[in-house]
Design a protein around this ligand. Structure first.
Ligand code: TXA
Ligand code: MG
Length: 341
């Protein structure tokens, strides 16, 4: 546990001890903004029942106002405050995956959760994070907490408290300093309001796990006609982007590695600093990394490459299975170009 308190440009840096979390809870309850750790990425929290505080989240992040937020709860009893008409399949998933990296899109409880949280949609995304400090914060604030990832909009999500400080120092009231996030990619956003369950954003719980739990196919947004399910507004933005252009190279392993080596060589000859998200040659990643290992380091490595002034990032495709689907989703969104060999 970290117990420390300092202030940088008006932002209070708190530890994750009991006293600090109690103070952070008071800040949230009074309408302030607190960044806090979860098992996926750091979130930027405000009281989900306070529309003024929720609007401040959008301002601090520079987030488009049509992109809804996820509401975080600590007890199953809070689900009823946030959502209504919760279907049976939601409870099956809650049983298996909460607390955990699964956000369920359900009917929003209007009159309690203001439209600002959901960018005016009739639905609301809800999750129970699997992180002691996050759960303690929600309990201490005694309100559900609306929280997007705690980065400036468009930047890679923060997986360490110093990433939050890089983006939001001076713009938010407090940051809860804790360990780095164990999963490193955001939660799966699953829409349960339509005829079929639809993954709006792949994440910490895999499509395979969801299909096994529900005993039915789970669709992926983008693989069906737009009219059959509501879209996740956030997915239309280019996201998760480092400052340097990222080229994603897809195709059979041996061929994509040859291409990476050729582009890297050529770019270096032209004086460019190249960052490799690849296990080819001297890439940043060792060979045979699991999707879990890639996920845990991806955003941090992208931020490091920016800090080192890398001019071009070459990233290698990974298998779209399990957590690999989320890894590939983020790489595609970060990519300026995709090259297929
Ligand atoms: O792991 C996570 O989900 C992290 C941590 C902090 O919990 N949060 C996170 O929030 O990634 P954010 O705001 O960066 O991404 C939320 C995603 C966006 O793509 C948004 O469009 C979608 O969830 N979303 C939220 N509410 C929705 C709704 N009612 N209907 C459809 N999509 C929704
Ligand atoms: Mg985000």
């Amino acid at each position: 546990m970290t117990r420390s308190r300092t202030r940088v440009k008006g932002t209070l840096l708190l530890g994750d001890d009991h006293g600090s979390i109690a103070l952070a809870g008071v800040i949230i309850r009074r309408g302030g903004l607190v960044a806090f750790p979860t098992e996926t990425v750091y979130g930027l929290g405000a009281s989900a029942v306070n529309p003024v505080a929720v609007r401040q989240i959008f301002a601090a992040k520079g987030r488009p106002s049509d992109n809804p937020l996820i509401v975080h709860i600590a007890e199953l009893a809070q689900l009823d405050e946030v959502a209504c008409s919760v279907p049976d399949n939601a409870y099956r998933l809650i049983d298996l995956f909460w607390p955990g990296p699964l956000s369920l899109v359900l009917q929003r409880r209007t009159g309690v959760i203001p439209p600002e949280v959901s960018a005016g949609l009739k639905t609301v995304a809800v999750r129970m994070p699997d992180h002691r400090a996050a759960l303690d914060l929600i309990r201490s604030a005694n309100v559900p907490i609306a929280a997007p990832s705690a980065n400036r909009s468009g930047r890679p999500s923060p997986t360490a408290y110093w990433h939050v400080l890089e983006d939001l120092t001076g713009k938010i009231d407090a940051v809860l300093k804790s360990s780095t996030c164990s999963i490193g990619l955001e939660s799966t956003v699953l829409d349960l309001t339509g005829l079929h369950p639809v993954i709006l954003r792949p994440g910490g719980v895999s499509r395979e796990e969801l299909e096994k739990a529900l005993g039915c196919p789970v669709l992926l947004a983008g693989q069906y006609k737009a009219s059959t399910a509501p879209a996740s507004p956030g997915m239309k933005y280019r996201h998760y982007s480092p400052r340097a252009p990222l080229i994603l190279i897809a195709g059979p392993q041996s061929r994509r590695r040859l291409l990476i080596e050729a582009i890297a060589e050529n770019s270096r000859r032209r004086g460019l600093m190249v960052g490799l998200l690849s296990s080819a040659i001297d890439g940043a990643l060792p060979d045979h990394l699991s999707p879990e290992e890639i996920a845990a380091h991806l955003y941090g490595v992208l931020r490091q490459m920016d800090q080192r002034g890398v001019n071009l990032i070459l990233a290698e495709e990974t298998e779209s299975k399990g957590l690999g689907l989320a890894v590939m989703n983020r790489l595609r969104k970060a990519a300026a170009r995709v090259l297929k060999v």
